[in-house]
Structures are given as C-alpha cells and as structure tokens.
Design a protein around this ligand. Structure first.
Ligand code: NDP
Ligand code: MG
Length: 413
C-alpha cells in the first residue's frame, strides 16, 4: 500500500520491495519497537514525547547518547528500553550504576551503537544523533534491514550515493524526519509523475536581514537565538550560516532523485510552508503547519497512517503575512559552497561536512568568526584530496583529512 516502486518516476524515499513491509506494516498487536540514536538531543527528546503520546503504538527499545548520561538514565527509567548505549565510554560506570536496579542492558562505545540497532526486536531506527558520527550506525541499521527514520542529515550529505545503494540492496525504506523533506515526501505521496521542481523553504535564520558588515561581529549567543525552531546547537549555527539549507539541498537530491537545478531554495521567514513540489502541469503541492518537529517525527513513525496528536494547529486568521524571498548567497556563502560540493560530486560534500563540523564548533567556542567559517570551508574544499567514486573507507579518510585541514586553517588563539 505505501510502497512506491523504485522504477516509478516520482522517487519516494520510502520506496522498497514488498517483503520489507512486514516489520514496517507491523501487525496490529505488536507495538513498533523504536531505537532512538541520540535520545537526549532535541529530536530525541521530541521523539520520546511522540512515543509517550502513543503508548499503544510505539515503544522505545533502545536509547543512546554521547555524554549526557544522567538524562539518558532518567529517560531509561521512564521508558524502560531493553538497552541503552553511552557513546563516551568514560560514562559507562556511572550510567550502569544509575540503572543497576533495572533490567536494562547498558553498553558503551561507538561500536555498541552499531550493534544495538541490529537487534531482531528493533522495528525502526531513528537517527537523531548529530554529525558524521551518524554514518556508521545508519549503515549498520540498513544492513540489518531496519527502516530508517532519518533526522541525521549529515549521513545523506556525506554518503548519499552509498546510502541509496545500500537501501536498494537491503530493501530498506528511509522516512524523512527533516521537516522540509517530510513536507516534500507528503507532497509526492500518491503521485506517479516526476517531480518538476522542489521548492525547499528556509527560514533564513536569525541573520536574514543582516548586512555583511553586521555579520562580521555576530556572536554565538546571537546565532543560537533561532526565530522559529528550538534545535540542537550544531544545527542552529548551521541555520544561521544557511549551511543547513545547503545540506538539505544535498539531502533532497539523494532522497528524491532530483538534480540540484530542480531544487529551488526559497526563504520563507514564517516557517509555515514546510516545503513544496511543483509538477509538470504547474500544479504545486505543499505541506503546511506550525513549526513543530514532533509532527514529522510522528509521521515517520506512523507512516502511512496519520495518528491523532495534541500538537498545536495552524490558526489561519492570525497568519497575516506569508512571505517568500530569494536567498542571498553573497551574504550566506555556505549555501553556495554546498551547491558547489554537489556539482563537484564524489567526496566533495563529505569534505564540506567535515570542515563545517570543525568551524561550527570553533565558532560556538569563540575560536572562529562568523564569516570566517565559509572561508575555511572553501579553502578546505580546495585543498582536500578529491575522490570521484568514494567507497566507505574513502569517506572515513576524507572526513579525517578535511577535519585536520580545517583545524589547521583556524586562526591561532
Ligand atoms: P542535539 O545536539 O540536540 O542532539 C544530538 C544527540 O546526539 C544527543 O543525544 C547527543 O548526545 C548525541 N550525540 C552527539 N554526538 C554523538 C556521537 N559522536 N556519538 C553518539 N551520539 C552523539 O541535535 P539535534 O537533535 O538538534 O539534531 C540531531 C540530528 O537531527 C542532526 O543531524 C540534525 O541536523 C538533525 N535535525 C534536527 C532538527 C531539529 O529540530 N533539532 C531538525 C531537522 C534535522 P548527548 O546529549 O550526550 O550530547
Ligand atoms: Mg530542516
């Protein structure tokens, strides 16, 4: 029912073969068992709210974090997963002591993240961890034939081609969680004709109206104040530079099989139209709603059904202005750099992602100025070794090389 065959022109990220629908279209009796990678983050905690709203439908089977072991322990006590993983092994003792009275398996380390998703009992994996670190567990989950609810966009940015190949090979669907991609996905549901154009909306971030001179001196505190969305620090900074939108262009290309020239970024400061798709006849379908990530998270969990929710509804009579603008790639060069990486292909997006992770953190820690971020990413893209057809190991090497290069380009403190 939900399956759109891969051969059909309108590429649907949930496309897969019928046998894979079994765990996905689970029997009515069994609750969907969800592994949340990154349960202590912004997406992870909202995913747990969705699970708490639907205890008859979903269960948290696995919860993981990097460092925040106390919050992970609290979540485990409330949701009683079969297993938890703390990526930073230093916190293993503290976490296992905190959970000693409960029948919950406690693991630590990056390798454990890959192993827990493979459990027979897991029906779906929500990739809500941040950055390149999401790549290995996502691949492990695909190889174990687990449907993916994809929040970790860096995985598609770095290795979209490989991920698509593996999804076809293991017949695994990807359900987008990113609000824009969920909107695109919802707009193509039921369509059999190709996408003519994707209209990828962007809030423009907190500095949308800033001049280049003003951007010279913006601080991390200012960048962390996103006008519409309450998100983790890394993606909030990426939204301020618009690298996030660049990454979403790359994510859209791989998820929906469209060329970059058919993806139009449109700045829409109100974040009500979450994105849209135009078809050959000129018809445009969009998905609208209040900015609330629990909506796309819940839809990824419940697809193809829609479940009741208590989330806020759109109030049509208070929405006076829905406005749309062209993005300015002169002021927001990160967006142009992401397009350039996409055009170069190969490991270029992986280089940009790694350099971005370095400058993003450096900016947050006061070691890099706002406009310097794009300079360093651009230089790293020029200097790093280009690989036209990267394999998994090439991505690991590229990531390490680009991080080294970008770090060496930061001004000495
Ligand atoms: P947060 O920083 O809020 O949370 C990240 C989560 O990942 C935390 O649980 C963190 O653990 C864990 N984590 C971080 N690094 C590692 C690592 N190396 N190994 C294992 N776990 C790790 O991020 P967000 O929730 O904002 O974003 C998560 C992903 O979802 C990102 O890829 C982002 O681009 C994407 N996304 C987010 C949206 C949002 O609204 N927030 C919207 C669309 C996409 P700990 O708490 O211990 O640090
Ligand atoms: Mg988004």
């Amino acid at each position: 029912m939900y399956v759109v065959a891969l051969s059909q022109p309108c590429r649907n990220p949930a496309a897969t073969q019928s046998q894979q629908t079994k765990p996905y279209m689970q029997s009515e009796k069994r609750k969907k068992q969800i592994a949340i990678l990154g349960s202590t983050g912004s997406i992870g905690t909202q995913a747990l709210q969705v699970i708490a709203e639907h205890p008859d439908r979903f269960e948290a089977r696995v919860l993981t974090a990097a460092n925040r072991w106390q919050l992970l322990a609290e979540q485990a006590r409330q949701f009683m997963p079969a297993a938890v993983v703390i990526a930073n092994e230093q916190h293993y003792e503290a976490l296992s002591t905190a959970l000693a009275d409960l029948p919950i398996a406690v693991y630590a380390g990056a390798e454990a993240l890959c192993q827990v998703v493979e459990s027979n009992e897991v029906d779906m994996v929500l990739t809500a961890m941040v950055g390149f670190a999401g790549l290995a567990p996502t691949i492990a989950a695909i190889r174990a034939r687990k449907p993916i609810a994809l929040a970790n966009k860096e995985t598609m940015v770095v290795a979209g081609e490989l991920i698509n190949r593996l999804c076809r090979q293991y017949e695994v669907p990807i359900l987008p969680v990113d609000s824009e991609h969920s909107a695109i996905f919802q707009s193509i549901m039921g369509e059999v004709s190709p996408i003519d154009k994707i209209i990828l909306t962007a809030s423009g971030g907190p500095f949308r109206t800033f001049t280049r001179e003003q951007l010279e001196s913006v601080t991390p505190e200012m960048a962390l104040r996103h006008p519409n969305w309450d998100m983790g620090a890394k993606i909030t900074i990426d939204s301020a530079t618009m690298m996030n939108k660049g990454f979403e262009v790359i994510e859209a290309k791989w998820l929906f099989g469209v060329e970059p020239s058919a993806i139009q970024v449109v700045v829409h400061p109100q974040s009500v139209v979450h994105s849209a798709v135009q078809f050959a006849d000129g018809a445009v379908k969009a998905q609208l709603g209040v900015p609330d990530m629990r909506v796309p998270i819940q839809f990824a969990f419940s697809f193809p059904e829609r479940l009741q929710s208590s989330f806020e509804r759109l109030d049509w009579f208070t929405m006076h202005d829905l406005t749309f603008e062209r993005p300015d790639t002169e002021r927001f060069r990160c967006l142009a750099l992401a397009y350039e990486a996409l055009h170069r292909g190969g490991n270029a997006p992986c280089i940009v992602n790694a350099a971005n992770e370095i400058v993003n953190r450096a900016f947050l820690e006061g070691r890099c100025r706002f406009l310097e971020m794009a300079d360093i990413i651009e230089k790293t893209l020029q200097k790093a070794t280009f690989v036209k057809q990267p394999a998994y190991e090439d991505y690991l090497e590229t990531d390490a090389e680009a991080r080294r290069l970008a770090a060496s380009l930061l001004s000495p403190q």
